[in-house]
Structure formats: C-alpha cells, structure tokens
Design a protein around this ligand. Structure first.
Ligand SMILES: C[S@@+](CC[C@H](N)C(=O)[O-])C[C@H]1O[C@@H](n2cnc3c(N)ncnc32)[C@H](O)[C@@H]1O
Length: 215
C-alpha cells in the first residue's frame, strides 16, 4: 500500500473513538524500569505512554508510525499526561530510523499485517533489538493466501486482513530474520474478517547471542 494512502486513512482514524487494536502485546511484554522499548505502529500512542510510565525516568520509549495524524495525536496525548521519556518517529516500518541494538523490548499491536514488505520489517525487529532483547507482537495471519485482487486494495489492507500472510509465510519471515525460538502466547481459531478467513496470534521471541552451548 502506498505510504500516502496509509497516511490519510490512519490520520482520519486518529481522531475517531474507534478501537484500532487486535491484541494485547504490552500485557505479556512486561517492560521493566530503565528499559528502552519500541512500539511499531504506535497509533495514538496509548501503548507507548503505558510503557513510558513503567520504564520510568531512566527508560525510554519510541513510537514508530507513518501516519502524520497518528503522530500528532500521540504527541498531544503524551503532553497531556506529562510523559516526557518518549519520542514519536515518523518512519516506515521497513526502514526504521534508529541505530542497531537500540531496544530491550519491541512490541506491536495489529500493525505488521499492513506492511508491504514483512520480511524487511522482521529484519528491522532483529536489527533493532539488543542481544538478549525480546519482542512481543500481536498480529493477524491469513488461513489461505489472500487473492491478488485484494492484496493491493488500500481499504482492505487498512481493515487488517488483505495484507495478512499465511501462517507458514509468517514463521518463514521470523526464521529468515534470525529468530530461532518463538513462543506462541495466544492464537485464535479462524474467523472471518472482510473477505477472508484469518486468525489472531500473539508471539514472543528473543534475539539470542547465537551461542548454542549449555553453560
Ligand atoms: C491498526 S493501527 C494499530 C495502532 C496501535 N498499535 C494500537 O494498537 O492501537 C495500525 C497503525 O500502524 C500504522 N502503520 C500501518 N502501516 C505502517 C507502515 N508500513 N509503517 C509504519 N506505520 C504503519 C498506522 O498508521 C496505524 O497507526
């Protein structure tokens, strides 16, 4: 989907009361005081603000989003709650403007299915984590491959189904990025969303130091 289309679609939603989320990654992620965290697709900033309160003055939280309207709303919300250990960055998830090894924790709620190059996003998750860092991501996968006619439909993608890949593709992307052990925290039964069957999943993983020795 064109960045321009994501921008206008989500900027409108920034001012609505509609619930954007499909999962609760933050509840499983358990941020700790002093940690640096990143939220991919931070929307109105709700999870960033919650994490910022937990990590405290020695920690820091980055929210990444491409939609200007969402970023404006998120910054207003942070200001309203007097949260200063946060920064909202306008960036595409495929190429995030932060250095390697920036984060102890990366979370994301219902966003990765929107990205056009999901392998690139997972590569970024791996690159941005410190060694020993962890992620908790909730997302949607498609039970069968989404027909081509919907895959490039911006409205259908923004409805959180047409951009979804199959479960096998999902785990291939994770493995290709370098994650060797993945924990499935929650996985729903298939359900209908838009014109497809999808399932919701919350997964966790760690960037290991590559050592398979046992001491
Ligand atoms: C369904 S909303 C979820 C927002 C938030 N995580 C929540 O749970 O409330 C998806 C968010 O991801 C952002 N987004 C979608 N595709 C993106 C991309 N390729 N790069 C960066 N942000 C993206 C949208 O602008 C939107 O704010």
């Amino acid at each position: 989907m064109e960045i321009k289309e994501i921008n206008s679609r989500y900027s409108e939603l920034a001012e609505s009361d509609c619930c954007l989320s499909c999962g609760g990654a933050i509840d499983y992620a358990k941020p700790q005081p002093g940690e640096v965290c990143i939220d991919l697709g931070s929307g109105r900033g709700t999870d960033v603000i919650r994490m910022a309160e937990i990590v405290g003055e020695y920690g820091f939280v980055y929210g990444i989003d491409v939609a200007e309207g969402m970023l404006v709303k998120a910054r207003q919300n942070a200001e309203k709650f007097e949260i200063f250990n946060v920064r909202f960055i306008k960036s595409d998830l495929e190429k995030i403007l932060l250095p390697d090894g920036s984060a102890d924790l990366i979370i994301s709620n219902c966003t990765l299915n929107h990205a056009s190059d999901k392998q690139a996003v997972w590569n970024e998750v791996f690159r941005l984590l410190k060694t020993g860092g962890r992620f908790v991501i909730s997302d949607i996968y498609a039970i069968e491959p989404i027909p081509e006619e919907y895959r490039s439909d911006p409205v259908a993608i923004a409805e959180c189904w047409a951009g979804a890949v199959t479960r096998n593709e999902y785990f291939e992307h994770l493995a290709n990025a370098g994650f060797s052990t993945i924990e499935i925290i929650e996985e729903s039964a298939p359900y209908v969303k838009g014109k497809s069957n999808v399932a919701s999943i919350t997964i966790a993983g760690k960037k290991s130091n590559g050592c398979s020795c046992c001491h």
